[in-house]
Write a protein that binds this ligand. Sequence first.
Ligand SMILES: [Zn+2]
Length: 413
Amino acid sequence: MNNIEKAIKLPRNKIEEIKGKRLRSTVKYVYDNCAFYRRLFKEKGVDVESIKSAEDITKIPFTTKQHLREAYPLKMCCVPKEEIVRIQMSGGTTGQPVIIPYTRRDVEQWKEMLLRAFHIARITSKDVIQITPAFGLWNGGFGFHFAADAINAFVIPIGAGNTRNQVKFMVDFGTTVLCATASYPLRIAEVAEEMGYDPPKLPVEKMLLGAEPWSDEMRKQIEETFNAKAFDIPGLTEMGGVGTVGFECPHRNGLHVWEDNYIVEIVDPETGEPVEDGEEGEIVYTSLNREAMPLLRYRSGEVSAVVSREKCECGIEHMTIKRIRGRTDDMVIYKGVKFYPSDVEQILASYGVRHYRIEVGDGIKVIFEGENGLVSKIAKDIKEFLGFSPRIEAVRNRTLERFEGKAKRLVRG
Ligand SMILES: [Zn+2]
């Protein structure tokens, strides 16, 4: 067994031992090296010595995105500037950028986590890996690259955009692994068809898809369209980038969290109190193995639930959480009903819908590309499963905007 496989297959007692040890050392490390945490601990009356095991984690206050914004450019960094080898930026909102610095060891850690994903997905040096997320401050491209390069695969670092070129390269170089945002493959399929290719006959066998929540029904469509296997790859820049926090269970029981590197808690987004296993809430991450800027109890805004802490049927003993359903800021509350765009997507995709938009204003409007005849069926399902009645409109094929990065399907007016 090589080291990557050993880490994936760590037994429970070993995971617990590493987790406790690394939490203690991380807390002490940030206290010694980061003025922000020293101040936060002082303000909240946290005694570093009282953090003895992973259970003590709830004594530590939360770190928020606002903290990270205020820390711009490098106020939360734990190492001298000359030890930083790169920065990445967290995507999304306006205002001060959120910058995450990396030491050499952090880049190695990022790579190692992705190598675990590659191992589970059985991606090897024989694969041709086309990396479609951007190579820039946003973390997508580089993370995939570091791991793909490390296994000596044939890497196509094409980056974002120019879908016709993506298809051309896929055909001409025989791409077997596609790394992308979850909404991109169906756009690629559409362009491939325009170019006269039959998507199931494209050489792609596996896809690593992430960066946005995507429903099981959408996955079914992607897999059927390409005759390929699509894996869900979580990860956020704040925790080190794509693929860092865990990877999809090979038996599709959810996502396995690499607990030797991250502690995951699920909390009530309003009260911040931990919820019961199985209950949905916001994911709070603690990074245990990072050097430049480890974060304690970071409020991610991602919504999930603990599936199991027992050994999985796939043999992995790292805890399992649900695939990410949405982000707390994407949650829509309408006449007392709460839902996420992925809930609507799940229903739309079950009718073969691939492109849609949800407009939230005075009321809610769901616009999809497809037959008018589907409107009443979709309305009935949304009413039955989600408990509300939006206006629903069918539009002609290729009316709605297409995306080459993260899709913007929820529009608030
Ligand atoms: Zn599993």
